[in-house]
Write a protein that binds this ligand. Structure first.
Ligand code: ADP
Length: 221
């Protein structure tokens, strides 16, 4: 599927390059059409570049840090980074950090990447919601020796038949989506020995959850 995702825009670059040449080589060159071809070349090249960035993010898994981190701090830092975006989209965030002191072992930056991705998706799912409040609930807890994060939105929801494909690489329902976000999220969470899952109801909203094992409490402290 990676080959397909790269070959498709590359083929479009070649076709647009050829038609650009034709528009310019005419007795009376049509610069407007040539410009449009160039725009398509730029757009498609940017897409190839995005795909490669995502693949690099996946292959970097092997170099992840394994530090002891306070789970709630990772979540609140991610929220701080996203505060502006959330406000801009008229989304009301409700945060409940209910895992004080819970520590996990992992890569802070990568886990923030997961949380930010889930928040961006949640906000995008609420962009067309006008008949109810756009609420984003972010809640942490400790359950059965795991730190759990729940991100709940009041967005469009997800049809039951596509739920099993959500975490597949390149699965997207967005016109310009890349469909790598959730696939990267899952790979990061699984690398941390955790699990990520989703529940959703069309017209009501979606809830993404992930759980990562807690660090055992040291008795020397
Ligand atoms: P992308 O955002 O590029 O489409 P993702 O892998 O992040 O890629 O998401 C895959 C698909 O999952 C999205 O296209 C969308 O259909 C669905 N999705 C993800 N998060 C949500 C959400 N919070 N609400 C509704 N649909 C979602």
């Amino acid at each position: 599927s990676i080959a397909h995702e790269i070959n498709q825009p590359l083929a479009a670059v070649i076709t647009s390059g050829e038609s650009c040449k034709r528009w310019i080589n005419r007795a009376e060159p049509n610069l407007d059409e040539a410009r449009r071809s160039l725009d398509r070349i730029i757009q498609n090249s940017a897409r190839v570049s995005d795909v490669i960035t995502c693949i690099r993010a996946l292959s970097r898994q092997s170099e992840v840090q394994r530090q002891i981190e306070v789970f709630d701090e990772i979540v609140s830092d991610s929220l701080t980074l996203m505060q502006h975006d959330i406000c801009m989209q008229q989304v009301r965030p409700h945060t409940q950090l209910g895992a004080p002191g819970a520590r996990i072992q992992g890569d802070r930056i990568q886990l923030q990447q997961v949380i930010i991705n889930l928040i961006v998706n949640a906000c995008q799912a609420m962009a067309n919601v006008h008949d109810r409040a756009r609420t984003l609930r972010i809640q942490t807890s400790v359950q059965d020796n795991e730190a759990v994060l729940e991100i709940t939105d009041s967005g469009t929801g997800i049809a039951e038949d596509i739920l099993p494909s959500l975490f597949d690489p390149f699965f997207t329902t967005k016109p310009t989506g890349l469909g790598m976000g959730l696939s990267i999220c899952r790979s990061i969470i699984e690398f941390h020995g955790g699990r990520i899952w989703v529940s959703s109801e069309v017209g009501v909203g979606t809830q993404f959850l992930f759980a990562i094992a807690l660090m055992p409490v040291s008795h020397d402290e």
